[in-house]
Design a protein around this ligand. Structure first.
Ligand SMILES: Cc1cc2nc3c(=O)[nH]c(=O)nc-3n(C[C@H](O)[C@H](O)[C@H](O)COP(=O)(O)OP(=O)(O)OC[C@H]3O[C@@H](n4cnc5c(N)ncnc54)[C@H](O)[C@@H]3O)c2cc1C
Length: 452
């Protein structure tokens, strides 16, 4: 009898974990290799008082069907606590609630006529985008035309542009359209009781039970392929050979590991990536209670605040309130390379100034932690649907499952799980399980790529 097919999954973020989970139990020998000492990737956490806190703010949306289906299979779906949340907006240092038609009508950064136009277009936006080639339309061209100059300059460019920096106006409007679809029920968000660690722990337990070998602190140092074999090199001269491999690493990181023949077959780095600098403020008092507050022209380095305890409560944080302040930035930028203590001190001052009207002062700040990640948001070029690399690397047994593949979906745990389902199905895993199987089947076009 032929030995079972072996598969190596590189990267233990949600995409690698979900792919390994899908491949487990199919009779294949699956090995998952994670370079850091923790599973979870961008969703990882650090010990804080009695519990664990995510380095980067994360929440679940009610539209996250594929993630919710996976959680259902793990017996974790009911652990998601759903809460109505609100949004604020700070423009030129002034705070505005931004949730209802009444809020919009009072929104002084826009003139009254622009407020009405903003509301009307927002209601119709998803419909206005249908049947348009938004993948080849610059975001600025589409939104400036619909909303007008004032709304674009004052609100939309800062709001959506925060993630992409100066490249934002050139990002395809399809991304924005898709994002609005994910967030259409903006008021309700979910957070797992036990935090994101409970999801990672659940996945790990399921993998171990299914016989998957999971290795942390095992960075892949080199990758090479022959027609029907993959060779993975590990520290200390260790080598693993397998029939197939799935790489979940951002493409620039994978290219650094590939030998020359593989490099020639890999997609060239089509997308640039934005990183993120992210500070956590453990506070003795709440801020304004809004889950998300974009900050525009207000003298801060960060351009948004997520008040996590408005969603998760204060219990996960030892009774303290938790606010994340974030700035998406290039990994070579001065901010990204600045030391943690300097960022923490300056951003604390800025946060206290920003919320001084609510009485926030330095004595309310109990603890500050700074985390950064170099590869977070792919900056998609126009026409990316046709340039998006296939998940299969032609002529090799290597598959790619990266955040550059989820477009036009928003990068999220949901889109990573969806992609993992697709890649596992491409290898031959039988994806069963309610919404997942239906969505995955629908997502796979005749050419075997996820549909937009
Ligand atoms: C600030 C911020 C906020 C976010 N908010 C949300 C949110 O609210 N909701 C949501 O759903 N998503 C959110 N996301 C997005 C989400 O975290 C990502 O889309 C998702 O985690 C990507 O998963 P991944 O497995 O593709 O990549 P990653 O999580 O990046 O995983 C890649 C893994 O590969 C490992 N690795 C790297 N090099 C090697 C190597 N040589 N060998 C072995 N392993 C290696 C890394 O250590 C990492 O664990 C947010 C992200 C950030 C940064």
């Amino acid at each position: 009898m032929a030995p079972p097919e072996s598969v190596v999954v590189v990267g233990g973020g949600i995409c690698g974990l979900a792919a390994a989970y899908r491949l487990a139990g199919t009779g294949r020998r699956v090995t998952l290799l994670e370079g850091s000492d923790q599973l979870g990737g961008l969703g990882t956490f650090f010990p804080s008082r009695q519990g664990w806190v995510e380095r980067f703010y994360h929440c679940v949306m009610p539209t996250d069907d594929d993630l919710l289906a996976l959680l259902g299979e793990l017996g974790l779906r009911e652990t998601i606590r759903w809460r109505p949340t609100t949004m604020g907006m700070v423009v030129d240092g002034r705070h505005h609630p931004f949730n209802s038609a009444a809020d919009l009508l009072r929104f002084s950064p826009l003139r009254p006529l622009d407020r009405v136009r903003f509301g009307a277009v927002s209601v119709l936006l998803r419909r206005l985008g249908r049947h348009r080639d938004l993948d080849n339309t610059r975001t600025e061209d589409w939104l400036r035309g619909l909303y007008g100059d004032a709304a674009w300059d004052t609100l939309l460019a800062p709001l959506f542009g925060a993630k992409f920096g100066h490249a934002f106006p050139d990002v395809p409007a399809l991304y924005v359209w898709q994002r609005l679809g994910r967030e259409r029920n903006v008021a309700t968000r979910g957070y797992p009781a036990g935090g994101y660690k409970s999801i990672i722990d659940g996945l790990l337990a399921a993998l171990v039970a299914a016989g998957v070998t999971v290795r942390t602190s095992t960075p892949v140092t080199a990758l090479s392929v022959a027609a029907d074999r993959v060779r993975v090199e590990l520290p200390g001269g260790e080598r693993i050979e397998a029939d197939r491999a799935v790489s979940t690493l951002p493409l620039p990181q994978l290219r650094r590991l590939a030998d020359a023949p593989l490099l020639a077959r890999l997609p060239s780095a089509l997308v640039a990536y934005q990183g993120v600098v992210n500070a956590l403020f453990f506070l003795r008092r709440p801020l304004a209670g809004h889950y998300w507050t974009p900050v525009v022209r207000s003298g801060t380095d960060f351009d948004g605040v997520v008040e996590m305890s408005a969603l998760a409560g204060v219990e996960p944080y030892g009774g303290r309130h938790l606010a994340y302040a974030m700035r998406y930035a290039d990994r070579d930028s001065p901010l990204f390379t600045e030391d943690d203590a300097t960022v923490a001190a300056r951003w604390t001052d800025q946060l206290c100034t920003l919320y001084s009207g609510l009485g926030l002062s330095a004595t309310d700040v109990d603890e500050v932690r700074v985390f950064r990640a170099p590869f977070v948001e792919p900056v998609y070029p126009l026409g990316y649907l046709d340039q998006r690399p296939p998940v299969t690397v032609a002529g090799t047994p290597l598959l790619l499952a990266t955040t550059a593949h989820v477009y036009p979906e928003v990068t999220s745990w949901n889109s990573s799980v969806r992609l993992a389902n697709h890649v596992a199905a491409t290898i031959g895993a039988d994806i069963t399980g309610g919404a997942t199987s239906r969505r995955t089947a629908a997502a796979i076009r005749a050419d075997g790529e996820p549909s937009p």
